[in-house]
Ligand binder design. Structure first.
Ligand SMILES: Nc1ncnc2c1ncn2[C@@H]1O[C@H](COP(=O)(O)OP(=O)(O)OP(=O)(O)O)[C@@H](O)[C@H]1O
Length: 318
């Protein structure tokens, strides 16, 4: 599918197949078209061209409530004057479901997110994480075959974010439905996704399992965005080497050399910041044992070393 806003292309011939029951993360920098893609799946935005199929049915012509998708928004926007139970039951009320039935269903959803005991509270009487779970229950109450989540963790503090992240994964596994989760956080995508879709300028840069996308970036953009890699220009072209697989050696003729800018203790080892000859910023993660065996210091020059199996050849820039 493609989405144009006036003369600019926000999503450019995106072609993506998400197997049922997959936890898919759309990942990428600000403005790459993640949210627009999600909004087209949800039916809140009409694509300029292309088709959207859900369970092999074309859904593009259907309004959001009839697509079999449900969306959980960036700000979870619960109705402040409605109890948790009525918030969760709201969309069923809109569909004309009788009160007893919709309340029974909403209670089951609140039980799933372990908030049954707080059913009668107002949103303001809940913590941020609890409100998040009510929002999730509200999205799931219509039995969607795909749940669409737009930066669902961004409003939470780091501690809660970790907890809710684990809960999201658990709910997805238990329910067995497809989740499509928009995020700009590599950590989030690596932790949650079965399928990571890395986007850039409205296109898919790379897709695969978290291990594939992190460990085998195909482009310099993917290596830099996923992090944990040094992008190094060799006579044969650009390569990426993971920072934890990059070693420091005495400077040798013909080897890639760099100047040590600083060394930070990380708790599990040391992060050595390096500056390349053309201003490149590199890093080597060394173990305590490695630094004890060869005590490097800021200001020294060092050669970079790696094993051939750790080299990823990158596609030339488009
Ligand atoms: N309603 C709109 N009218 C015009 N341009 C838009 C509109 N919505 C989005 N865009 C543009 O489309 C591009 C993609 O936006 P989108 O919100 O999908 O990016 P994103 O990857 O979700 O970014 P972020 O992480 O910042 O939310 C951007 O250049 C944006 O400015």
């Amino acid at each position: 599918m493609t989405k144009r806003f006036g003369g600019s292309v926000a999503v450019d011939a995106l072609e993506l197949k998400i197997p049922a029951g997959t936890y898919c993360c759309l990942l990428g920098p600000s403005g790459c078209g993640k949210t627009t893609s999600l909004r087209m799946l949800a039916g809140h935005e009409r694509q300029s061209s292309g088709d959207i199929l859900l369970d092999n049915h074309e859904v593009s012509g259907l309004p959001p409530a009839q697509r079999g998708t449900a969306m959980m928004f960036q700000s979870y926007a619960l109705f402040p004057h409605l109890s948790c139970l009525d918030n969760v039951a709201f969309s069923l009320r809109m569909r004309g479901v009788a009160k007893a039935e919709r309340h029974a269903k909403a209670r089951r959803m609140l039980a799933l997110v372990e908030l049954e005991a707080l059913a009668d509270r107002l949103p303001a009487q809940l913590s941020g994480g609890q409100q998040q779970r009510v929002a999730l229950a509200r999205a799931l109450v219509t039995n969607p075959s795909a749940l669409l989540l737009d930066e669902p963790l961004s409003a939470l503090d780091p501690f809660l974010r970790g907890r809710v992240r684990a809960e999201l994964k658990r709910f997805q596994r238990e329910l067995g439905i497809t989740f499509v989760h928009v995020t700009h956080s590599q950590d989030e995508a690596l932790a949650l996704a079965d399928l990571v879709v890395l986007m850039r300028d409205g296109r898919i840069e790379q897709q695969g399992t978290p291990l594939e996308v992190f460990d085998s970036p195909r482009t310099a953009f993917a290596a830099r965005f996923m992090g944990g890699h040094n992008v190094i220009g060799l006579p044969g072209g650009l390569v990426a080497v993971r920072t934890d697989r990059t070693r420091l050696l005495p400077v040798a003729e013909g080897a890639v050399a760099a100047t040590i800018r600083g060394i930070e203790y990380t708790g599990t080892g040391f992060a050595v910041a390096l500056a390349g000859p053309r201003g490149e910023e590199w890093q080597a993660l060394l173990s305590e044992a490695a630094l004890r065996a060869q005590p490097w210091e800021a200001g020294q020059d060092a050669g970079l070393g790696w094993d051939e199996v750790d080299v990823r050849h990158l596609a030339a820039a488009a």
